[in-house]
Write a new protein. Sequence first.
Lengths: 114, 112
Amino acid sequence: AQKITQTQPGMFVQEKEAVTLDCTYDTSDPSYGLFWYKQPSSGEMIFLIYQGSYDQQNATEGRYSLNFQKARKSANLVISASQLGDSAMYFCAMRFSGYSTLTFGKGTMLLVSP
Amino acid sequence: EAEVAQSPRYKITEKSQAVAFWCDPISGHATLYWYRQILGQGPELLVQFQDESVVDDSQLPKDRFSAERLKGVDSTLKIQPAELGDSAMYLCASSFGEDTQYFGPGTRLTVL
């Protein structure tokens, strides 16, 4: 079965610290894509970062980086130097081979304190 | 900056009434998706369009939900009649082929 798991319902971090949000997945397909989205309280899903299963290097986008460990089937999001505006729900999602639709995890709520 | 537009942002209705949501994708994006997100969960696909054609509506409750994209641009999702369990966020997304999906602000539906 193809599945996305986010085991952390909530995470707390102080401003300017780094935080890692966990995501594991289960698929037997060799080709897939992994995405992270941020959802503030306003509701919009904001695309953060993408990692393809064949990408040799971990993806980075500004303060966001993806710790991709293919053998462990994990794709953790690392946010460096947290800011108050980073407080939101974070969703890991997967696009499986042959499909363009996304399968989402249940999300992790991140709270950044001053 | 190109964005996905959705309206209304909020909708409150009574059960058994009809509701409709509208989505205008990013210009040039042929693929359009409607997702439903129940509180505390991740979004789940309801229907996917490629231009004006439905690609996947396997999770759309067809007895009460309908979706159309007549000219292959904007799209409407309708619920008739609405039920209490339909209370959720309805998200529209678009993409250029199988590239990254970009989401609109969503419509938050409350059914009383």
